[in-house]
Design a protein around this ligand. Structure first.
Ligand code: BDR
Ligand code: CA
Length: 345
């Protein structure tokens, strides 16, 4: 073999080795040193939405590309105002905030001021926002961002699934381009809106069925998981040790929720929406056995129920089955609270 060929082989060998080492290092690196995961949060803000958003904004593992607002806990108008004020409080006007659907696909809007306060933010009056609304319609913004970062965007819906369903209906080509969907919603063991339906799914069952059947990798962080992930007074006290505008806001939100829970004999408040963001930060905090899940849209008593095949069978008429998150203890919350992240500003 001529010397030059041999040399080029050696160069090639080292080039390949280097590539492999870099890849290996990339895989072995702790998540915080890897490139942050690009996420879009679709939200109905919302007390626990507020906590989820602030968690995401203060987690170096995540790169929040947009906040899109959906009606749910509060009206679309109130939710948008809340999102703007929160991003302004966090000094993050660089993140696009877009308005979307004004009501569910086929039913009336059901709001939840009792659980979230009159304004949705535990009745806390945040200063007027310095941030401006993005001119794009939320489903259009989602479509645009997915196309501009193919296979990189994780959708984190933490409200009813109206905007996500509208995006899929408008442009189904986004489905294979989305990295994954990690949503808060549903349950496999009883609901909070009705005996069987969880609020985000009950808020727009038809939209939920579109999202669950779209064919993308989907993790359902359900009500029954969130119920095991309680923020108790112990964690509230921990939060109260540091101060800053975001910190103090989140403290008051948590206090509101804990007090509300105590009226019903609960020892803490479930971290529903923050847990979905938590699973985007670190997938290992939940276990997600694959299951096929359908959303009941017609049942007389069961509308909005997430009907999960717990025997892990794949129905003959579906091409894909979907993972569902479950966790058995407060391990998730403990792990998250111990992970060093930048203090809320
Ligand atoms: C879900 O419903 C809303 O009230 C919360 O923000 C959360 O997204 C819990 O069922
Ligand atoms: Ca929510």
């Amino acid at each position: 073999m001529p010397f030059t060929d041999c040399r080029s082989d050696t160069v090639l060998f080292f080039a390949r080795l280097t590539t492999r080492l870099v890849l290996l290092l990339y895989v072995l690196l702790p998540p915080s040193l890897a490139a942050p995961r690009k996420i879009i949060i679709d939200t109905d803000p919302g007390t626990d939405d507020a906590m989820a958003i602030m968690l995401a904004l203060n987690s170096p593992e995540l790169d929040v590309r947009a906040i899109t607002v959906v009606p749910g806990n509060v009206t679309a108008k109130q939710g948008l105002d809340n999102a703007l004020r929160m991003l302004s409080l966090a000094n993050r006007c660089d993140i696009p905030i877009a308005a979307g659907a004004q009501h569910p696909l086929f039913q009336k809007l059901i709001t939840a001021e009792f659980w979230h306060g009159k304004n949705g933010l535990a009745n806390i009056e945040l200063p007027p926002s310095k941030c401006k609304v993005d001119a794009r319609w939320a489903p259009d913004l989602i479509i645009e961002l997915v196309h501009s970062s193919p296979h990189e965007i994780t959708l984190v819906p933490i409200g009813p699934l109206t905007n996500i369903a509208l995006a899929v209906e408008e442009d189904p080509s986004i489905v294979p381009l989305v990295k994954e969907v990690i949503l808060m919603g549903g349950s496999i063991s009883g609901g909070n809106s009705t005996a069987v339906a969880e609020a985000n799914i009950y808020g727009d069952p038809e939209a939920a069925q579109i999202v669950f059947q779209a064919g993308w990798p989907l993790t359902m962080v359900g009500l029954d998981v969130g119920d095991k992930t309680l923020l108790s007074r112990k964690y509230l006290a921990q939060l109260g040790k540091t101060h800053g505008s975001v910190n103090d806001f989140i403290y008051k939100v948590a206090e509101f929720l804990i007090q509300l829970g105590e009226k019903f004999g609960d020892s803490g408040t479930p971290m529903y929406d923050p847990l979905a963001v938590g699973a985007a930060i670190d997938a290992s905090i939940v276990t997600a056995p694959p299951m096929h899940v359908d959303v009941e849209t017609r049942g007389e008593f069961t509308r909005g129920q997430t009907v999960a095949n717990r025997h892990n069978a794949i129905e003959k008429n579906v091409l894909q089955h979907f993972p569902m998150a479950t966790t058995t203890s407060s391990r998730a919350w403990n792990k998250l609270s111990q992970t060093p992240r930048s203090a809320p500003r």
